[in-house]
Each structure stands twice: as C-alpha cells, then as structure tokens.
Design a protein around this ligand. Structure first.
Ligand code: NAP
Ligand code: ZN
Ligand code: ZN
Length: 396
C-alpha cells in the first residue's frame, strides 16, 4: 500500500507485472475463471501516523484464492474503534492503517471453490477476516475469542496471506475468505445495515448470551453507535430498556429509539432512583468512567457487560457492590460468524437497522471529531462511491 496516488476507480484493473495469469472480466465471471485474474488496486482512506488524520491511500488487494470472495464495497460504518486505532490510542498500531470493519458491498469475484455465494450478491464483513479455525473457541463458533490467531479486519498480521497486514473497509474493495463473509438481507438498506457488522453484533452477542427475553429490564450506558443498537435490539427481544446518558439533549431521541426510561448518569438522585431495577447492563462508553454507580442499579444476579475499550484506565471496581448482589462484571467482544449471521437475520425479521448519517470521503476527519464530541445520531457511514474524487483533486 502506498500513500497518495494513484487512486483508480472502484475495482480497478489488475496490476500489471504482479501476476502472470490472464485477466478476466470480473463483472461477469465466477468460479475458477475469476481466480486467474490478478491483484487489484483499491482507492482508500487511512492514517499514515497517529496525528495524520485520514488521507487518500491506495491499497493492493490480493487476487481471490480458491476460498476467497472479492467484494465491491458500497458502504462502511465509522466505529469509535476506528478512531482509537488510527489515532494510536491503543498503542501498537502499524501505519499506514486503513480502518473500517462495518463493510457492506456486492460480490465482484469468487475463488474457484466458492459455490455458495454468487456474483452481485449483497454481503458484509465485520471485525475479523480469519482465525486459527482449530482451537476450542473456533470450533465452538466463537472465532472472536480465537486462542491462537485472530485476524482483525485491519491492522492484523494475516498468517494465511504471507503475513501481510490487513487493511479495512474505507476502500473500494476487499478480498476475504468466504468463511468470514456474511450474507446481508436485501430487504435492509445497505448504508443502514453496515453498522450491524460491528455495533449490531457487539451488542446483540451479550444480550443473547444473557438470554434476554420478554419482560427483562436492560440498561444501556452511552447512547452512541453501539448504544443505540443495544436499545433497538433489546427492544426487539422484548425487553424494557433504560438508557443512561451524560447528554441531556439525547433524552427525546432515546425515547424515539424505544427507550422506556432515560436517566442522566451525572445526576446522583436519578441514579439512586434506578436502584435495583435492572437485570443486565450493556456499557458502551468510549471513555474511562466509574462503574460503581451502575452496579447499584442492578438486581440480584444482575450482570454488567463492558464493551467500551477506553484509552485510559478505569476507576477501581468496588468488590462489595458485586458481592452483595451476586453481580457478574463481564466483558464481551463482537460475536462469532454464525452469531453475526443470526443477528443479521434477526434484524431483518424485526426491521432493525442503524440510524445513520452518510458521509463522503472528504468529511471523514470532521466525522471523527464529531463522533468524539458525541455529535452524531448515531453512526456515520462512509459512502464508498466518493472515495476516488478527493484524491484525484489532491493529485491535480
Ligand atoms: P460512540 O458512538 O462514540 O459512543 C460512545 C458513547 O459513550 C457516546 O455517545 C457517549 O454517550 C458516551 N460517553 C460518555 N462519556 C464519554 C466520553 N468522555 N467520551 C466519549 N464518549 C462518552 O462509540 P461506539 O462506536 O459506540 O464505541 C463505544 C466503545 O466501544 C469504544 O470504546 C469502542 O472502541 C468500543 N467497541 C468495543 C467493541 C467490542 O467488541 N467490545 C466493539 C466495537 C466498539 P452519551 O452522550 O449518551 O453519554
Ligand atoms: Zn467496531
Ligand atoms: Zn482459533
């Protein structure tokens, strides 16, 4: 991958000299014939350093191997994890880094052994593109907890592909092993469905694990990308939902999303009034914060799932708050591939999608700043068709 130029149109022609195999018309050919075409260049946006912001980049995508699916990306959600990663807030990031793991697009080429996807089919890719496939977690369909070799969609070493560093979905195409590709229901709006690939599954999985059902009370802390999906999915599961927010101006919007109750988490009296009223809390806050006030809102045998991964350490948890009500304090990481498909199908059945603000490539940096400031309802989604033009201007 190289910063800057050249940025070809979506699914550019195969690179010369990189593959001696004959080129094939990708738009019409499937199976073994398509496999003979070479790597392609994709237009992309990413960071070249923690303080670079997002700039135009070009990424080479491998030619589909036997089990690969090449996807012409239409939309990619902007997750707060993308901000943490591109700005180096978690440390250990490698640059250039093309973020994006809420990917929706259409199949454009297929490897020779892929017979269960078709060219043109709408598909998605979430937060992982491979795992070891043989550890207990992988064999249990919990690939996200792979004990040996989880390969994230960006910034990860891809052992099965020469150790290349993966690059994400702020790009016009991606090539992914079919085992990590999801089917996206055609009935759902493609821009609004993109955030389900991370925000949706990350909140669905703990709710599913806790076996939330009709009549349960679910607390959602933080009304951002993950939080608003937690509200919608918990409501679709039949739960009552209480939203905890630091933003007084989100009260009406929270109710519009379906919240039965909204609590200003900075108001001690309001927090006290919620004492012992909740079965399970989904905490999605992207910054360090004190969890102890939330434990007091849980009932006996309640659970708090922490999903946010803040840059700074969290204040200590008071063991007494857990012990006195047999409360479980847990974490949860996205969801497995089968569970992600289950979530997409659940959302199609219940008409659940994300509330999105679609942005062009030249708005990405502003969108990141607005996300950090909490100024988005509730997920920015990149319209990938805009990727080529800013770079062309920059090159002029
Ligand atoms: P987001 O859209 O920015 O939402 C985060 C929300 O946290 C904000 O809308 C805000 O809600 C609340 N918040 C309260 N105080 C805050 C502060 N000081 N700074 C920032 N936010 C504050 O983020 P997201 O995309 O939903 O992601 C949330 C977190 O989950 C991130 O840390 C992300 O990396 C992590 N994540 C984890 C997983 C996983 O698998 N566990 C997957 C994806 C993302 P109010 O205004 O309502 O208070
Ligand atoms: Zn994410
Ligand atoms: Zn594994």
């Amino acid at each position: 991958m190289t910063p800057g130029r050249p940025v070809p149109p979506p699914l550019a022609k195969p690179l010369p000299d990189l593959d001696t195999a004959a080129n094939t018309d990708a738009s019409t050919t499937a199976g073994s014939a398509a496999q003979t075409a070479g790597p392609t260049l994709a237009a992309a946006y990413g960071a070249t350093a923690p303080d670079s912001g997002l700039v135009p980049l070009t990424v080479s995508r491998r030619a589909p191997k036997a089990d690969d699916v090449e996807i012409a990306i239409e939309f990619c959600g902007l997750c707060h994890s993308d901000v943490h990663a591109t700005r180096g807030e978690w440390g250990g990031d490698t640059y250039p880094l093309i973020p994006g793991h809420e990917i929706v697009g259409r199949v454009s080429r297929l490897g020779s052994d892929v017979d269960d996807f078709t060219i043109g089919e709408r598909v998605g890719v979430g937060c992982m593109v491979d795992s070891c496939r043989e550890c207990d977690s992988c064999l249990d369909g919990l690939e996200q907890y792979c004990e040996k070799a989880l390969v994230g969609t960006y910034g990860a070493k891809d052992a099965r592909n020469d150790g290349a560093i993966t690059q994400g979905g702020y790009a016009t195409s991606i090539v992914v092993d079919r085992n990590y590709v999801l089917r996206v229901p055609e009935t759902l709006d493609p821009a609004a469905v993109a955030p389900l690939l991370c925000a949706g599954i990350t909140t669905y999985s703990p709710l599913n694990h806790f076996e939330v059902e009709e009549g349960d009370v679910v607390g959602v802390v933080g009304l951002g990308g993950l939080g608003h999906m937690a509200v919608k999915i918990a409501k679709a599961m039949g739960a009552k939902v209480k939203v905890f927010t630091t933003s007084e101006n989100k009260f009406a919007a929270a109710r519009e999303l379906g919240a039965d109750d909204v609590i200003l988490s900075t108001d001690p009296a309001a927090m006290e009034a919620a004492n012992r009223s909740i079965d399970v809390i989904i905490d999605t806050v992207a910054a360090s914060h004190d969890l102890n006030p939330y434990f007091r809102t849980l009932r006996l045998d309640g659970a708090l799932f922490q999903l946010g991964l803040p840059e700074d350490a969290m204040p200590p948890v008071n063991p007494g708050a857990l012990i006195r009500r047999r409360i479980a304090y847990a974490g949860s990481l996205i969801g497995g591939i089968a569970e992600t498909q289950e979530m997409l199908d659940f959302c199609a059945e219940h008409g659940v999608v994300s509330d999105v603000e679609v942005v062009g490539a030249d708005q990405l940096n502003e969108a990141y700043d607005r996300m950090v400031a909490g100024d988005v309802k509730y997920r920015f989604v990149l319209d990938v068709s805009t990727l080529g033009s800013p770079a062309e201007k920059a090159d002029a």
